[in-house]
Ligand binder design. Sequence first.
Ligand SMILES: [Zn+2]
Length: 150
Amino acid sequence: MVLIAWWRALLQDDTALILPATLAHEIAHQALGHPGRRILRLLTHLQCAGLAFGVLAMALHAPWPLILVTAVVTVAARLCLDRTYCHDELAADLHAVTLLDRAGIPGRRAIGATLAEDAAAEPRWHALTGWIFTGHPTVSARLRNLRQGR
Ligand SMILES: [Zn+2]
C-alpha cells in the first residue's frame, strides 16, 4: 500500500522524481564506465606531474621557457580533464533518462526536475564562467543537452 502511494506520488509530483533521477544519474556513470577510465588517470597524473615539475623548476631557477612549457602542459591537462568530466555529466544525464524510462519513470521529466532544483542552487559565478574551470557543465547546458537529447 505504501509502495503504491509512493509510486503515485512519484508520477504526479516532480519533487518526488528527484531521488530516483539522482540515483539513475549516478548509476549511469557506472554503467557507462566513467569512473576509473584510463584517460582520467592519465590526465590527472599529467596534471600533478606538471605541477610538481613546475614548482621544482622554479625552485631550481630553471630557464623560463621550461617553466612556461610546464605551465602550459599542466593547464592543458586540467582543461582536458574538465572537458572529459563535462562530457561524462551530459552523457550520464541522457543515459539516466533511458534507465528511468525502462523502469517506468518519466526519465526526461525526472532529470529535468532535478536540474530545475540544481538551477536554484547553482552559484552565479558557475552559471557565467564555471564551465571553463570546473568539471561540471552549467545547469543551462545540461537542460539544453536534455532537450536536444544528444
Ligand atoms: Zn554526474
